[in-house]
Design a protein around this ligand. Structure first.
Ligand code: GLO
Ligand code: MG
Length: 344
């Protein structure tokens, strides 16, 4: 049963534990060592930023980038792993300080699009067609600093250039309402799919939904997923959890809201997501307090919670629930769900 879901995470999910208020607390794990951990933890898919795959790619020629990406592909093959997606990491470069695709400076917008095309080339070298755009700094700290009408037009322009660069790539927009910016331009998957329809090839632009991002927008993650699934546009997920409206916590899946996690798994099961071959991505962070030798447990544990919830969904007493729904006895339905989750 568990074999049918495919799981992925990004190398940044094995991390040194720095936060905005303190430095790293764990040693760096080398990239090759991280790759060795994937299978042991139950994962086969690797999510990449462009510079996870090819560090310092901006200082390299196109031929050098291709060579380095080919070497990474070999490392994946040796470990029996596949690349799920490549995401251009535009938000760490000094050029992207005030946004990349939506920067006021046309030279920065040009840089962002050119780098994104390189990310697409790296994805091809790693044998994946999926590009993820987390639009980190595409927004503002103060509204007056940009013309939001122009910003949306720039986003469509950037998507179009990427779509034209390679007619095989698919772009999944990872929506998020805030952080690092005060307000981001594509806060929900509804915005992502609406902008997809303004591009030259709407069929090749979809969404990646992260649990915590939906919650930060005040939305139910399972309903966000249902919206994208109903349009055939849920191309990946970043499952994690979030304890209320605060900083983006990336807690282990189900750790704060087990019922919310159950409902996300339920909607993925109802939509037969596993049959699409798309990955269950986990974008979870180890707590800063976690010692180095156990700072990988958040990944295996999140996967385990997911699989246990798959089992809970499959063993849910649907007939009993259907009778209660027909009776409109939702208090009894509520108790049925809670008892089921508590193991009764
Ligand atoms: C941050 C995002 C980030 C992305 C990753 C892939 O809030 O969740 O971790 O998922 O950079 O683009
Ligand atoms: Mg994410």
């Amino acid at each position: 049963m568990s074999a049918e879901y495919r799981f992925s995470f990004g190398p940044w999910n094995l991390h040194e534990g720095a936060d905005p208020f303190g430095p790293t607390v764990r040693p760096t794990v080398a990239f090759a060592e991280k790759l060795r951990m994937y299978k042991q933890l139950g994962f086969e898919g690797v999510q990449f930023h462009d510079d996870d795959a090819v560090p310092d790619l901006e200082t390299l020629s196109a031929a050098e980038v291709a060579k380095k990406a080919a070497a990474v592909k070999k490392m994946l093959d040796a470990e029996g792993l596949v690349a799920e997606f490549v995401a251009p990491r535009l938000w760490e470069h000094p050029n992207g300080i005030d946004g990349a695709y939506t920067a006021n400076d046309p030279a920065v917008r040009r840089w962002a699009i050119d780098r994104s095309k390189r990310a697409i080339d790296i994805a091809n070298a790693l044998d994946t067609r999926l590009i993820v755009l987390w639009l980190a700094r595409e927004g503002t700290y103060i509204r007056e600093s940009k013309n939001a009408l122009d910003s949306h037009r720039y986003l469509v322009d950037a998507l179009n250039e990427m779509l034209r660069h390679d007619p095989r790539s698919q772009i999944a927009i990872e929506s998020k309402p805030n952080e690092p910016m005060d307000h981001a331009y594509i806060p929900t998957v509804g915005h992502a799919l609406a902008i997809a329809h303004q591009t030259v090839d709407p069929d090749r632009v979809g969404g990646l939904i992260e649990t915590a991002h939906a919650m930060l927008a005040g939305l139910d993650p399972s309903d966000e997923m249902a919206f994208a699934l109903s349009a055939g546009k849920l191309w990946s997920v970043h499952l994690n959890d979030q304890n209320g409206l605060k900083f983006d916590q990336d807690k282990s899946f189900g750790a704060a809201n087990l019922r919310g996690a159950f409902n996300q798994v339920r909607i993925l099961e109802l939509a037969k997501y596993a049959e699409t071959g798309r990955f269950i991505g986990l974008d979870v962070k180890a707590m800063r307090t976690q010692k180095a030798d156990v700072a990988h447990k958040h990944l295996a544990n999140s996967r385990q919670v997911f699989l246990t919830l798959v089992d809970k969904v499959r063993r849910f007493p649907n007939d009993q629930a259907a009778r209660l729904i027909a009776d409109r006895d939702y208090e009894a339905l509520e108790l049925l769900v809670l008892e089921h989750l508590m193991g009764n």
